[in-house]
Design a protein around this ligand. Structure first.
Ligand code: TYD
Length: 212
């Protein structure tokens, strides 16, 4: 396939334990002929190390949220924008929807209308993905795939992940043209094959070219 000017941003979203990192790794192989730029949030730049530290130390929810936004800004500036400008296909394991879904929960009662606040922080400079695959599964099944309780990040609790997944599902309902909901209970091979085919279809349809 001719990949010149592919210029498409694909994101993978879902709660912890939904298998999106496994999916991301499988797509690297399945789409190797397209030479995709595989990236992630947090952690595509050194800002990610600060995010991980803030999460680990549970320093403060606003600090944590704004560091996630800083990580996104650096990711856009240093990785995503340059790759799209070169006409590359970019596939990111987590992106802005992670902030809207998770930090809306962690900032509840701390910031008035957290989701509005988070979206306002992104509006005008972020790049909205062309396609977002949302991996969905029962929260109990996701929890069984995670590390033991003591080693989990503070997000990885049933009551939080239930709210996070409900947020994601609401976004998918609100933007059916961008989101594709994927059944994460299917085998990793079936999920990866389906998503890889869907990405190829988007590219060949040519509908998702970014306006320069
Ligand atoms: P991630 O690195 O994807 O998880 P894993 O440890 O499984 O590799 O993300 C780390 C955690 O950060 C995860 O629990 C989700 C959370 N997160 C947010 O709360 N907000 C965000 O904006 C992002 C990108 C991640």
């Amino acid at each position: 396939m001719d990949t010149e000017g592919t210029d498409v941003l694909v994101t993978l979203e879902g709660i912890d334990g939904s298998g999106k990192s496994t999916l991301h790794a499988a797509l690297r192989d399945l789409l190797a002929d397209l030479d995709p730029l595989m990236t992630r949030e947090p952690g595509a730049t050194w800002v990610g190390e600060q995010v991980r530290r803030a999460v680990k130390e549970q320093i403060d929810p606003v600090t944590e949220a704004t560091l996630f936004v800083a990580d996104h800004a650096a990711h856009l500036a240093k990785v995503v924008r340059p790759a799209l400008a070169e006409g590359r296909l970019v596939i990111s394991d987590r992106y802005s929807d992670s902030r809207y879904a998770y930090q809306s929960v962690t900032l509840q009662g701390i910031v008035p209308e957290p989701e509005k606040w988070l979206r306002a922080m992104h509006n005008g400079w972020t790049i909205i993905p062309d396609r977002t695959f949302l991996c969905v599964l029962p929260v109990d099944d996701a929890l069984t795939r995670l590390k033991p309780d003591a080693q989990r990040e503070h997000f990885e609790k049933r009551e939080i992940l239930e709210k996070v997944q409900n947020n994601y599902l609401a976004y998918a309902r609100a933007e059916p043209g961008r989101f594709v909901v994927v059944d994460a209970m299917l085998s990793p091979e079936i999920v990866a094959g389906f998503v890889a085919d869907a990405i190829r279809l988007d590219l060949s349809s040519g509908k998702r070219k970014r306006k320069k």
